[in-house]
Design a protein around this ligand. Structure first.
Ligand SMILES: C[S@@+](CC[C@H](N)C(=O)[O-])C[C@H]1O[C@@H](n2cnc3c(N)ncnc32)[C@H](O)[C@@H]1O
Length: 241
């Protein structure tokens, strides 16, 4: 099998999954995905007239929560590298006629967002398909694009710490989800990958460490007994002399 963290592999995975992604995401998170997105965005407490980057935006699943906090002077940048996800994001954009949304069809590691130009960075469920080296590059990119003092909030599905919950959750992800994948998609392998990514990802402790190494302010966030986890915090202001 190809390296599961190879961007070409990941892009194809999401292109293939796109049509059923929303339903399956809802099911894989036990129906919590919408609530977690909302919580993850709420952690940012977005002020009006600001620039928000939604990295690994998919088809814009987080936008409604971001845009209800901003105003007409705010700008939202949604970035993703999957052609299919971006096609659907462009359809989603039509629902928000009043909003200033820029869609970037780009790899996050080679993105065109300017240095220090973004006030808030959000990412919903975009961490688990990265290995540690890639998470390090992601942290570097977030540090590059955020203004000093800018905030970020990231979340993904995680392996819960509680042994009983972990047993049932992982059984569900690894055995039940592929069956649902077959029913919805005729291809259980695509959805089996979600369990594999989640198991390797574990939780956001590794991401926390990577962000701390890069001198971000970092706070760990548990979502529903650790079935989801994330980090939030700030790019520090330069020390004043
Ligand atoms: C699980 S989906 C999350 C979508 C959405 N944010 C949500 O809340 O459901 C992960 C997305 O990350 C995108 N992605 C993964 N690796 C990427 C990369 N290197 N650059 C840009 N997008 C990437 C995939 O195409 C996919 O749309």
């Amino acid at each position: 099998m190809k390296n599961q963290y190879d961007p070409v592999f990941v892009e194809k995975l999401f292109d293939d999954m796109c049509a059923t992604y929303s339903n399956m995401n809802y099911i894989t998170s036990f129906g919590f995905s919408e609530r977690w997105r909302k919580q993850c965005v709420a952690e940012l407490n977005i002020k009006k007239g600001k620039v928000v980057a939604d990295l690994m935006t998919g088809m814009g699943e987080c936008w409604k929560y971001i845009l209800c906090q901003g105003d007409q002077n705010s700008k939202l940048i949604g970035l993703d590298f999957s052609t299919e996800m971006i096609r659907r994001a462009n359809q989603e954009k039509k629902k928000f006629q009043e909003a200033d949304i820029q869609i970037l069809h780009e790899n996050v590691f080679e993105n065109s967002i300017e240095n220090n130009s973004v006030d808030y960075v959000i990412s919903g469920f975009g961490l688990k398909t990265f290995n540690d080296e890639q998470l390090g590059k992601l942290a570097d990119e977030i540090k590059r694009i955020l203004r000093p003092g800018g905030y970020y909030s990231l979340i993904d599905v995680s392996v819960p710490g509680n042994a009983v919950l972990r047993f049932f959750y992982m059984f569900y992800l690894k055995n039940v989800i592929p069956i649902l994948g077959r029913l919805f998609l005729g291809n259980p392998d695509t959805y089996r990958m979600l369990g594999i990514y989640t198991e390797n990802f574990g939780n956001s402790r590794g991401v926390q460490h990577i962000f701390e190494q890069r001198n971000f302010e970092v706070e760990y966030v548990n979502y529903f007994f650790g079935c989801g986890s994330g980090i939030k915090g700030r790019k520090k202001q330069p020390e004043s002399r």
